[in-house]
Design a binder for this molecule. Structure first.
Ligand code: 13P
Ligand code: SF4
Length: 330
């Protein structure tokens, strides 16, 4: 048409990312995210930063600004490999501490210092000393959901992705596995190893009940149920499969169940649903208030102001790092 200039307007970097999350993020919500996403992408380049995001982060973080995503084990492994100068942990505080332990020379930022964990809060180094005194010679296997100080008092760390391998691989008849009582009882059931544990619980997973799973199966025939091993043993007993968040993701991607329920934190279903259009997700989820402290504005602020930097006293860092590195080498 003569005289009319129909200019092609390319999509902004952020707008082009909407395709990744359109199944789980409505356009009205997306409109509020785009500005922060654009700013975060630019800040990452400017600061030579990477964003590591746990599977429980919301889809706009997980699919649109994160460089590396995964379960606690994958995040620890990838933190050990990154060449960036700055690591932003879109997860909770113990994950940022683990990244710092493996990268003492790098700047590790946690966007909100209140992103804690009920398991990490449930045990102290003095409690470990008490367990060692009560059970001399029994190795202490510590879930990564703990403070650096607790890791420093341990022999080896584990995550839900490798706990069974580590407990069995130690080749001893008894281990102290702390602080998650349910994870310990679930592992004890699967292995022949006697397990001494602690009374810590995940405030997200302890709320699921076996009755809830049975009711869901009645309402949704043909349902596949995947549970996290931080759930009570009677809940895990009702599930078709139990594993870490990455193992659940892999299960859905590989088996493509027609209808699935993930017995875990809410954002897991959204993140997996975004890339599995053929799977119907029933969502009986519980929110983790700590994971939800991390938002796009908080990540943007972290990169703008380079806060909050995670530091670990040298006397704790060396033994805590050794416990994490023993796990990674296992
Ligand atoms: P994983 O992602 O390692 O399974 O852990 C779940 C969890 O609760 C982390 O806080
Ligand atoms: Fe901690 Fe549970 Fe939240 Fe994970 S989901 S960070 S274990 S409170």
């Amino acid at each position: 048409m003569a005289g009319v200039d129909v200019a092609f307007t390319p999509l902004s970097e952020a707008a082009a990312l909407y395709a990744r999350v359109r199944r789980v993020v409505p356009p009205i919500a997306w409109a509020g995210f785009e500005g922060d996403i654009e700013a975060i992408l630019a800040l990452k380049r400017q600061r030579n930063a990477v964003i590591l995001a746990h599977n429980y982060q919301t889809p706009e973080i997980f699919h649109c600004v994160a460089d590396i995503v995964g379960d606690s084990l994958a995040l620890a492994r990838e933190a050990a490999r990154t060449e960036a100068a700055v690591i932003v942990m879109a997860g909770v505080h113990f994950m940022a501490e683990t990244a710092k332990l493996l990268n003492p020379e790098k700047t590790v930022l946690i966007p909100d210092l209140r992103a804690g964990c009920s398991l990490a809060d449930s045990i102290t180094p003095a409690d470990i000393a008490g367990l060692r005194a009560a059970h001399p010679g029994v190795p202490v296997v510590t879930y990564v959901n703990t403070s650096a100080a607790v890791k420093a008092a341990s022999d080896i760390c584990c995550t839900s992705g490798n706990v069974r391998r580590i407990v069995e691989g130690l080749g001893v008849p008894r281990v102290i596995l702390i602080p998650d009582e349910f994870l310990a009882r679930n592992v004890a059931r699967e292995t022949g190893v006697e397990i001494i544990t602690w009374s810590g619980h995940c405030e997200v997973h302890e709320r699921f009940t076996a009755q809830e799973i049975r009711a869901m199966r009645e309402t949704h025939p043909g349902l596949t149920v995947l549970a996290h091993p931080e759930c009570p043993p009677e809940v895990v007993a009702e599930a078709d499969f139990a594993g870490s968040t990455a193992m659940m993701d892999e299960y859905v991607t590989r088996h493509q169940p027609s209808r699935v329920a993930l017995i875990t934190e809410c954002s897991m279903s959204d993140n997996i649903a975004a890339r599995n259009p053929g799977v119907d997700f029933i969502r009986p989820c519980n929110l983790c208030p700590h994971m939800k402290r991390i938002t796009l504005p908080a990540i943007r602020r972290a990169l703008e102001t380079m806060t909050h930097e995670v530091t670990i006293p040298a006397a704790l860092a060396a033994p805590a790092r050794a416990a994490v590195e023993r796990m990674l080498a296992f």
